[in-house]
Design a protein around this ligand. Structure first.
Ligand code: KIV
Ligand code: ZN
Length: 537
């Protein structure tokens, strides 16, 4: 059996079924191109019969994406197959993926109508017939037909074997055995693949495929178990997005095979350095935040906070890292400074930032760092610059103060924000207004106008820091300036206020950096403020 695993990405189909994760056709095309560059073998681009938007997405991707096979989903009914075939027509390599439910619970609920039969046995016969007819119909359009026995994980094994055998005889070349409800455990899922391979008379050239959902957090484990049992196609999504708890995460499977090649002996065609950029792209396009501790692509995946860990990693990276951040496209920022950091981590970061400290001042500086770390959740690079240069917390270096703010939003109006920002150095208060696509956008634009400069926001995240409708909303922002970044974090029950405060903190850091850099004087900041009066609207 070949050791090459085919990666079937279903981010644009099953992934898009994640609550709130809808994407435009253009977004999907861009993601599909990125997936192609990253090296996926098959892109499931959508479910054409389900809506005109889905049809357009499959059609557009079929026209515009080269390299991978483009696949479309279809229920085992003629209308779906025809729609999939029509949408896929421009694709250089096209696959129709047809599916039908096979578990008793699905059959009882979905095939309740007596026209499918009155007993379970009769209904099962109808289902086999529908599967076979659909595969025949799909084969009239393409030789590449995949069949899925939906809810295979909870399907009677004998019936599963019968329908799979019938599907292969009808011309399906890929047989997918989905754990649709994320119900299986690894040993059980693996046993199913072994059973299908050994007892259902499947020829060597038929590819068995995994499709796991993460309801019990076992999607990756189940997928790997199935690969050990002979599966050679993996259906997965970027960031593991998908129905309910999501699908198996592409990045986790690819890196498991990569890091543990000694164990699996399997390879994929994925350029792993594109995993994190692709994760970010999908997260941005479907608006779903990647949890910081997400394996492989989370922003903490390569960060070490505890002193012992930092010390170990600095001495020999392999002590606490099993793969290299750069191999998965993460920027190398492995040491996160906080209250648990030790001397080694602290002074190494200073060295890396080019901040020199005289030997006799080192202990006192470290004490001040510990004091600061006690007050703050995380210490950023610019905090260190100020700690070393002035010995004080940068957040105390206030340049701007938000005197007042007001945001109006409503059904029939574009959000509008009005702010008054005081420059504490000059005493000047500037009042500005701005509209935006959303309330935060309007607020940030108004603040930018008040401080006289548009800023590059590279990160904005809002999360509930407690529970209930009156939960604290924690907002973290990052503003970039000439290759440096300045963070702000604020939490309040009013998320707009938290958004404004976090932004002001970041801007204050940026401004005091400019002031203390020496190349830009306080006057410079004042000039900008005065400049803001001109051209005000
Ligand atoms: O989870 C599932 O069973 C599916 C099928 C359509 C393959 O997504
Ligand atoms: Zn699924």
């Amino acid at each position: 059996m070949s050791n090459r695993v085919f990666i079937f990405d279903t981010t644009l189909r099953d992934g898009e079924q994640a609550p709130g994760a809808s994407m435009s056709v253009q977004d999907k095309l861009e993601i599909a191109n990125q997936l192609a560059v990253m090296g996926v073998d098959v892109i499931e681009a959508g479910f054409p019969v389900s809506s005109p938007g889905q049809f357009d997405a499959v059609r557009t991707i079929s026209e515009g994406v080269d390299g991978p096979t483009i696949c479309a989903l279809a229920r085992a009914v003629p209308r779906d197959i025809d729609s999939a075939a029509e949408a896929l027509a421009p694709a250089r390599k096209a696959r129709i993926h047809t599916f039908i439910a096979t578990s008793d619970v699905h059959i009882e609920a979905k095939f309740e109508n007596p026209r499918y039969g009155t007993t379970l046995d009769e209904k099962r016969e109808t289902i086999i017939k529908m599967a076979v007819e659909s595969i025949h119909r799909a084969r009239a359009f393409t030789d590449d037909v995949e069949f899925s026995a939906e809810d295979a994980g909870r399907t009677d094994r004998e019936f599963l074997c019968r329908i799979i055998r019938a599907a292969v005889e009808a011309g399906a070349s890929v047989i997918n055995i989905p754990d649709t409800t994320g119900y299986c455990v690894p040993s059980e899922y693996a046993a199913m693949f072994k059973m299908v391979r050994e007892e259902c008379g499947i020829a060597e050239d038929v590819i068995l495929s995994t499709h796991c959902h993460d309801d019990l957090g076992l999607a990756t484990a189940n997928t790997l178990a199935a690969l050990n049992a002979g599966a050679r196609q993996v259906e997965c999504t970027i960031n593991g997005i998908g129905e309910r708890a999501g699908n198996a995460a592409l990045e986790e499977i690819v890196m498991s095979l990569n890091v543990r090649e000694d164990r699996f002996g399997l390879t994929t065609g994925i350029d792993t350095r594109l995993l994190t950029p692709t994760s970010k792209m999908v997260s941005l396009y479907c608006g779903s935040v990647v949890q910081p501790n997400k394996a492989i692509v989370g922003r903490n995946a390569f960060c070490h906070e505890a002193g012992i860990h930092q010390d170990g990693v600095l001495k020999l990276r392999e002590t606490y890292e099993i793969m290299r951040a750069e191999d998965v496209g993460q920027e190398i920022e492995s040491i996160r400074l906080g209250r648990h950091s030790g001397r080694h981590g602290f002074f190494t970061r200073l060295d890396r930032l080019g901040l020199t400290v005289e030997a006799e001042k080192r202990e006192a500086l470290f004490d001040r760092f510990v004091e600061l770390a006690d007050k703050k959740k995380e210490i950023f690079d610019d905090d260190l610059v100020h700690l070393v240069n002035q010995g004080s917390d940068v957040s105390e270096q206030l340049v701007y103060n938000l005197e007042s703010w007001d945001v109006s939003v409503g059904d029939n109006q574009k959000p509008n924000a009005a702010v008054r920002v005081k420059n504490l150095a000059t005493g000047v208060v500037v009042a500005k207004e701005a509209r935006g696509d959303g309330p935060v956008h309007a607020l940030y634009r108004a603040i930018d106008r008040a401080v006289g400069e548009a800023h590059k926001l590279t990160h904005f995240e809002i999360r509930a820091a407690s529970e209930g409708a009156d939960a604290f909303g924690e907002v973290s922002v990052t503003v970039a300036f000439e290759g440096k970044t300045f963070d702000g974090l604020a939490s309040r029950t009013d998320v707009l206020k938290a958004s404004a405060d976090a932004y002001l903190i970041a801007l204050n850091r940026l401004s005091s950096f400019k002031i203390h850099e020496g190349d830009k004087s306080l006057q410079w900041v004042g000039d900008r403020i005065m400049g803001a009066f001109e051209g005000a609207d």
